[in-house]
Design a binder for this molecule. Structure first.
Ligand code: GDP
Length: 313
């Protein structure tokens, strides 16, 4: 059985922790001395507010966190050391909890398992597909990549490089071909060859929103005709370094593509990793994986507890 969304190993949790490093240092620098066991005065509350906003936790969450801190019991004239930190962590965990803390994608009793990957160009979509293929191959699954972003010739070439690198098969057609036709070919080939997982690359251009929507819809219908219940996962790739702007993209894609989970890339390159919180909160979707670098290994299942601890410890 595929364990694509299986539980994180300790080494992976460590990598998730490291990737939050920049965000953590940024928060720590701004709130230095605040976790020392005193009630916060207005100036300190302001510093905390700025730190949380700078980490991209979002206005709503920041406000709630400050209220929670201010509303400490009246007899607590002194906050226990660590109490402030714990209160922040607890509150964030409650927000992140509605989405599964550990990814738990559907256990596939269908074959092959079909994953659509959607997102704007440049977010790291192709790299993420390569990383997913690597992860599945490492578990012994056979993988077929379906190059249905026929709009960009470079995307097809890049996907072919990842197929070669990970030992996945690839199905492609010439540039400009109907993406649904590539999906058809890919799934037909996967069925004929008994492949375990198919990962479908899709176009990422937003300026023709209605075309994109119609195109994705057709691809999904085609997939469902060949494999019952397909696509079984629709992963939206978002770039953590684009911060709040990424949220607008996410809303568009969620409406158009029936997204089932988020992959947040480039978490290693940003001090604004708090963006995970408004994403989960506003979209009501789980963050399934985070990208922690550019190599095949740099894809880590998201774990809310580890993430929240890493932000403040
Ligand atoms: P696409 O246009 O969405 O397919 O994006 P690509 O997969 O080509 O990635 C764009 C750039 O982002 C490339 O230079 C990737 O190596 C880089 N990239 C992708 N994911 C990550 C990540 O998690 N961390 C870092 N640091 N770079 C990444």
């Amino acid at each position: 059985m595929l364990t694509l969304f299986g539980k994180s190993e300790p080494s992976l949790l460590e990598r998730l922790k490291q990737s939050v490093g920049k965000t953590r240092s940024e928060i720590a620098a701004r709130v230095e001395g605040l976790f020392g066991g005193r009630r916060l005065d207005p100036e300190q509350l302001k510093r905390l507010e700025n730190a949380l906003l700078a980490a991209d936790l979002g206005v709503r969450t920041t406000r709630e966190l400050l209220d929670a801190v201010k509303d400490a019991p009246p007899d607590a004239s002194l906050l226990d050391p660590g109490q402030l930190r714990n209160s922040l962590k607890q509150h964030l965990l409650e927000i992140l909890r509605p989405a599964p803390a550990t990814p738990n994608g559907s256990a596939p009793d269908h074959h092959p398992h079909v994953i659509f990957v959607v997102g704007v160009n440049g977010t790291g979509k192709t790299t993420t597909i390569g990383k997913l293929a690597h992860r599945l191959r490492r578990e012994g699954a056979t993988v077929l990549l379906c190059a249905a972003d026929t709009f960009r010739a470079a995307a097809v070439e890049q996907l072919a490089v990842w197929a070669e690198r990970t030992g996945a098969e690839i199905v492609k057609q010439k540039a400009g071909a109907d993406p649904a036709a590539v999906v058809y070919d890919g799934l037909a080939a996967a069925r004929a060859r008994g492949v375990d997982a198919v990962i479908v690359d899709t176009a990422g251009r937003l300026h023709t929103k209605s075309n994109l929507m119609a195109e994705l819809d057709k691809m999904k219908r085609t997939a469902a005709k060949l494999v019952p219940g397909a696509p079984h996962d629709v992963l939206l790739v978002l770039d953590a370094t684009t911060g709040q702007n990424g949220l607008a993209q996410a809303r568009e894609f969620t409406a158009a593509a029936g997204v089932t989970g988020i992959v947040l890339t480039k978490l290693d390159g940003t001090a604004r990793g708090g963006i995970v919180v408004p994403i989960v909160r506003e979209l009501g979707l789980p963050v399934r994986f985070v990208g922690t670098g550019e190599t095949a290994e740099d894809l880590v299942p998201f774990d809310a507890q580890t993430f929240v601890n890493s932000l403040f410890d």
